[in-house]
Design a protein around this ligand. Sequence first.
Ligand SMILES: [Zn+2]
Ligand SMILES: [Zn+2]
Length: 333
Amino acid sequence: MPQLRQNIILKEWVVIATERAKRPEQLREEKIPDCDSLPEHDDKCPFCDNPRSHKEQEFLRVPETGPWRVRVVANRYPALEPPTDSIHVYTEGFFRWMDGIGHHEVIIESPKHNETIANMDIGDVELIIETYRKRYLALKKNDYLETIIPFRNHGVHAGASIPHPHSQIIAVPVIPRDVMTRMNESIRYHEEHRGCVFCKVLNNELEVGERIVLETPDFVSFIPYAAASPFHTWVFPKRHSSDFGDITDEDITDLAYVLRGTLRKIHIGLNDPDYNFIIRSAPRGYSNSEFFHWYITIVPRLTRTAGFELGTGMFINPSIPENDAEYLRSIKI
Ligand SMILES: [Zn+2]
Ligand SMILES: [Zn+2]
């Protein structure tokens, strides 16, 4: 019998399609992993060091002199641009619009064209997370920005147009609908139960254990009870904190281990599938809140969304979260 499971955080229902469920290993990709098929350097790549390399504004280079390990540059084709003037919302008859204000940065994660976080040295992953924190905190100083979203697209089905390892940060002057829904639901939970719904979910997962993928003293990755798609994974800090910008250096060491480890299990177990990950942190005005808890969502792109999902916002997951978690736990890293 299929199940309808509810994501308690968003009050969202998901179909766990047990009748058509695939075994975890059946979801493995049949392809050569990018890191095995690509050269270490590509003369045509804008993120490799070459005459065509990215000349856009550079926000950060680590280290500052000598060969770089991480660079942060402006996106060559930005979705949004910093303001040149004060910000206005205009009305045009029935409609509202404003200038496309925001920031769109690219974090070039390595000088090597064929690396990926799953295979990097742990020190390099720590450096990437440190860079997210630096740019997050720098962008947060702009009080016209409401929401800052660091994310990573890996592979063409996840929206990556360049295979060179990179992530992005987009910061917007509004609170997008999904972000607002997450806020509203967590506020409602806090009003009813006097607590953080994320802490509640986290403690339950730690107690039950069957959906845990990887755990350290300060971080844990697990497949949520009502995962919307196969191997959809959450990475939670165990300590309550609503703002990603508050992570400490010790947190970064632990997070790097859990993030790389989880991505490596996905890389080995599913043969380098395309994926997205997103850092979900509280928008401005909700920082230091008792009801919201920052976390990372990893979404392997193993299935395609179709008409039913588009029509309802309700997902059908053709795998069973407990089996997916057990499979990832069994992958040695
Ligand atoms: Zn490259
Ligand atoms: Zn919490």
